[in-house]
Design a protein around this ligand. Structure first.
Ligand SMILES: Nc1ncnc2c1ncn2[C@@H]1O[C@H](COP(=O)(O)OP(=O)(O)OP(=O)(O)O)[C@@H](O)[C@H]1O
Length: 251
């Protein structure tokens, strides 16, 4: 089985700091692979390299078996990579529907044509509504993004990412800033999407990680110290020590 994502020997240095230390990681079709690690471990740096926003010093990246290591971000997106951010990255003065419609247009190769002809506009709206329904925001389509709650903005960000029809979704802390109820909704939503898209999930919320992940990789000081199932990682003494400090519970 060809992995959707296959990263080999990734290295990123910031001066003397080794932020990514010879990382190998794969995401299989239909898999949710969680990447966990303490603050500053290098999770965001790794995702930025996968998207091509940051150039690695060493290493190779394949998407569905195709090398993408030296491709620009836009090309990677058109080939099926999408990312959501720790801090939302939406157009606040546009409506919820417009934000998704713009993402669809980008996927279709239009930089920013906006609605264009009437027939095209209708198809675009219909398609955008489909993505909003998928994340539970169908009834907020006409609202300005600035008026959404933080949780709703996270949902919209997911819809925007899905609108590019990704093969692999890179999720950078989708639970950040969400209350308990919103987190549960996000977990359910991501669970519902697993048949459509593979995911690399960076997340500090261990309840969410344990609820969603097929496999977990643990990153510490830029290096992956363990990869395994939820049970394997929960029971791994090296992970407990490195990630939480001796004696703490990984719960
Ligand atoms: N542009 C940069 N220049 C120099 N150092 C950087 C840069 N970006 C990140 N770093 C450093 O690289 C290391 C990894 O940072 P990164 O943000 O990737 O960690 P993280 O695991 O995502 O942390 P968090 O969980 O807090 O988001 C940190 O020591 C950080 O200070």
């Amino acid at each position: 089985m060809t992995p959707v994502l296959n990263v080999k020997g990734m290295v990123k240095r910031f001066g003397g700091l080794l932020a990514t230390d010879h990382v190998d990681i794969t995401v299989n079709p239909g898999e949710i692979h969680a990447l966990i690690g303490p603050n500053g471990a290098g999770k965001t740096t790794l995702i930025s390299q996968l998207m091509g926003e940051l150039r690695q010093n060493e290493g190779t990246i394949e998407l569905d078996g195709v090398p993408i290591t030296s491709l620009p971000t836009a090309k990677r997106v058109s080939m099926g990579l999408a990312r959501t951010f720790q801090i939302t990255c939406l157009l606040p003065d546009y409506t919820v529907l417009d934000n998704v419609a713009i993402a669809i247009q980008v996927r279709q190769g239009h930089s920013f044509r906006f609605w264009g002809n009437v027939r095209h506009a209708q198809e675009l709206r219909q398609s955008a509504r489909g993505f909003l329904d998928a994340v539970g925001l169908g009834d907020r389509a006409g609202e300005l993004v600035a008026n959404l709650s933080h949780g709703e903005q996270k949902q919209l960000e997911l819809a925007v990412a899905l609108a590019t029809k990704p093969r692999l979704l890179l999720l950078d802390e989708p639970m950040a800033g969400l209350g308990h109820v919103e987190s549960q909704q996000m977990i359910e939503m991501l669970r519902g999407l697993r048949n459509q898209v593979s995911m690399l999930l960076v997340e500090h919320d261990m309840e969410a990680v344990f609820a969603l992940a097929d496999r977990i990789s643990v990153l510490v000081y830029g290096r992956i110290i363990a990869t395994g199932t939820v049970d394997e990682i929960r029971d791994n003494p090296e992970v407990r020590t490195a990630y939480l400090g001796e004696g703490d519970e990984l719960c």
